[in-house]
Design a protein around this ligand. Sequence first.
Ligand code: HSE
Length: 401
Amino acid sequence: MTKIAVLGYGTVGSGVALCFDENGAQIEDSCGDKIEIKYILDLRDFPGDKHEDKVVHDFDIILNDPEVEVICETMGGIEPAFTFEKKALMSGKSVCTSNKELVAAHGPELVELAAQNNVSYLFEASVGGGIPVLRSMNDSIRHEKVDSITGILNGTTNYILTKMDQEGADFDSVLKIAQEKGYAERNPEADIEGHDACRKTAILASIMSGQFVKYEDIYTEGITKISGEDFAYARSLKMAIKLLGSCKRENGKFFAMVAPFMIPFDNSLATVNGVFNAIDVHGNMLGDVMYYGKGAGKEATASAVVADVIDIVKHKGKHIDWNLKNVEATVASKDDDVRSFFVRADEAAKDKAKELFEGLSEVSCDSVKGEFAFITSEITEKEFEAKYKELTGAKSYIRML
Ligand code: HSE
């Protein structure tokens, strides 16, 4: 018998309890041990809830109970989650978490602390909700030389972009619908400005590089400037527009970025719609492998937390190691990153655009008039920025995958 505690009885924490209620037999079968939730930590009480008798308000009760071997931290945010996790690891309890903010900010340090105390620190649910991408990277494809990861990592923005595309609606009205349906937060900034995808990209980039990629080093743009006209152009090019989190090794440099991209329809990422997430990992031997599924939601995210608990129970007495050192990675400036850009400008900017962007390809679209739109040839971000600044009448641009 293994006793565990759940910190935070919100969406994910209550989902973890539900998963144990629903799938107890499968869980026991998969790890050869019975697992019981002994405590649930929350500020609130839950009268009438099936697990109300497990609720405690003082973390020390859990910390000082030697019977508790695993802690599921599903509170979110940096504090007090960081302090609780550190104390748990230092007292010989393994920790698994869905807390992307904390893993992005302190993951490598917590993995190191777990190793020092011969326990484990797992965080499958912090990226892609229920999608088993991190365990796969750490286990099934750990031998690969991964050279790129490209993912749709935020369900809210993918829902908004999908609706804008399918219904020809503008950003503000779709955001409002998303909020009404509960797909977007009342304060949607973390999602629509790309900060959430940035945290998840930082975690993936750290696992890929084996070093601590700081989220502050990742250039991040959100989707607030994408318009209905951009989708009209994209359709004429047989492309979708998606918010991508990406990292890659190229010419000896490590790049990471979060931004909206135009993606050709024949790229599988273009077909990922609504609140779903997908992550394409490219390995030198394997080629592309794509992970797809629900990137958010109570049951899916809780399923990933429970998978971590099972892994920990199966490895009792051992530290599950990650290819991840607590050493800061060097992320190259985006200035040196090379790609094509889709640009929209006033019609009057045509001649100047042709002069500045040698080899551009014109793009036309029946529903947008009075503009000159084009795709640049491959160019560094730095060169592009300089030329774009010089282009009087330039309106907007989107990167091309
Ligand atoms: N707000 C996040 C999303 C939740 O939309 O993907 C899951 O991390």
